[in-house]
Design a protein around this ligand. Structure first.
Ligand code: ZN
Length: 113
């Protein structure tokens, strides 16, 4: 089943919102999403500098555009976005780990070590 878009959900739920209510709802959702994914200003640069742009998983040194921030405890499982809970990782390494906890990923030998 394909994911429903906002308008479809509203249409099938029988809820009708006027233009103003839709705008308020959209603003609330944007604020909520921003909050969930927000990392404090300067955190990215601080962590890349702390880790020397070195991927935590494979040890290769990258460029600021080639590496990502990874949550030690996956964000989807309530992991914090505080700098002490984030590490530098190549996008590929980060993706191969997915939403597993670091220990689970090591146990399942999913990292390119
Ligand atoms: Zn890596």
């Amino acid at each position: 089943m394909e994911p429903k878009r906002g308008k479809q959900i509203l249409a099938t739920s029988g809820v009708s919102l006027d233009k103003r209510e839709r705008r308020l709802l959209r603003r609330k959702l944007c604020r909520l999403l921003k909050k969930r994914h927000s990392v404090a200003p300067g955190t990215r640069r601080h962590i890349f500098a702390r880790d020397g742009l070195k991927c935590f998983y494979c040890g290769k040194v990258g460029t600021p555009k080639g590496v990502t921030l990874d949550h030690i405890v996956p964000h989807s499982q309530g992991g914090s976005s505080h700098r002490n809970h984030l590490i530098t990782a190549w996008l590929a390494c980060n993706q191969s780990k997915g939403s597993l906890w670091l220990e689970e990923a090591v146990e399942q030998d999913l990292l390119n070590t």
